[in-house]
Design a protein around this ligand. Sequence first.
Ligand SMILES: Cc1cc2nc3c(=O)[nH]c(=O)nc-3n(C[C@H](O)[C@H](O)[C@H](O)COP(=O)(O)OP(=O)(O)OC[C@H]3O[C@@H](n4cnc5c(N)ncnc54)[C@H](O)[C@@H]3O)c2cc1C
Length: 333
Amino acid sequence: MIKKNISLKNYNTFGIDAKTKYFSEISNEKDLVEKIKKCKKTPFRILGEGSNILLTKDYNGFTFIIKNKGINILQENEYEIVVEVQAGENWHDFVLWALEKDYAGIENLALIPGTVGAAPIQNIGAYGMELKTVFKSCRALEIETLTFKIFNKKDCDFGYRSSIFKKELKEKIIITSVCFVLQKPPHKMNTDYDPLKNALKGKKNTIQNIADAVIDIRKSKLPDPSKIGNGGSFFKNPIINNDKFLKLKSKYPEIPNFFESSNKIKIPAAWLIEKIGYKGKRFGNAGIHNKQALVIVNYGNAKGRDILMLAKEIQDKILIHFGIKLESEVNLF
Ligand SMILES: Cc1cc2nc3c(=O)[nH]c(=O)nc-3n(C[C@H](O)[C@H](O)[C@H](O)COP(=O)(O)OP(=O)(O)OC[C@H]3O[C@@H](n4cnc5c(N)ncnc54)[C@H](O)[C@@H]3O)c2cc1C
């Protein structure tokens, strides 16, 4: 069914009340192809659960929401399974499915909002783990040719919160399903991330305990979008070269830093934002969360441009103070 002139307030976790001229949900691949074919002259865009977007204005085209469902095991042996998940499945529901069956590999990614289809777009990551570790391939519609293609891991150019789908193939393909390789017991778990290690002290390293610890940490730190609108981390953690890092360190000896690769150091953007005094600040309907400086929140009636202006102000201040250009993690529409 195609709806006209509807508000997307309930389709983005920022809760921004922006309109779309046309709106339709996609239930399977055939439905997708038919609807895209009809969009010869009308612009369109694809959304999952709208947890990584900021709607900055009304849209004079089609907004398609990916809703195809299904989880199927394709291969199985003593050590692992290959599972195909349809793009419209909720990511956390997939994590719960794996926990229930005792398949390991995605427990650190519990409670990340959004769909399975959007997960490869920015190579979702949390608590020392990234999607690329368990990703095998995805199936996607190439918009120009209307043919389906398979992208294997090596085709995806996964990086920190990035992939080929956010770069060269941005808005050129639509992911309809993703295949993952998950481990069967005995499991190899990743508990290196300090807050996770601390939360697991005295407990067994089971995938259920890891997921429970991750869920508790996330709930204590991140605002729940159903209570206060937000899009998770608004900015990526900047990666700078060694020379620049040493200059900053001489001025700010306490600067937190993480080794990324030779000559590349990752700096927590939240620290930079705290340092310019923005953590917990409110500007009308928009503000910076008081527990997590990376998260910009909508206190109720913010427009997309209020959030965007605040984000720009933060970017400008960080550039002036530290000479670092903060990149947005959230997709702007
Ligand atoms: C409270 C909160 C916490 C978060 N924590 C994390 C975290 O820990 N780690 C992390 O990595 N992310 C995190 N995020 C960001 C978000 O959860 C992920 O980016 C998620 O994968 C987005 O899924 P979505 O379905 O909501 O995508 P959307 O926001 O709907 O879309 C995101 C982008 O992907 C495109 N897209 C969506 N589906 C498809 C598809 N099927 N094919 C092609 N393109 C598509 C859209 O056009 C858009 O550009 C968080 C967000 C929130 C609100």
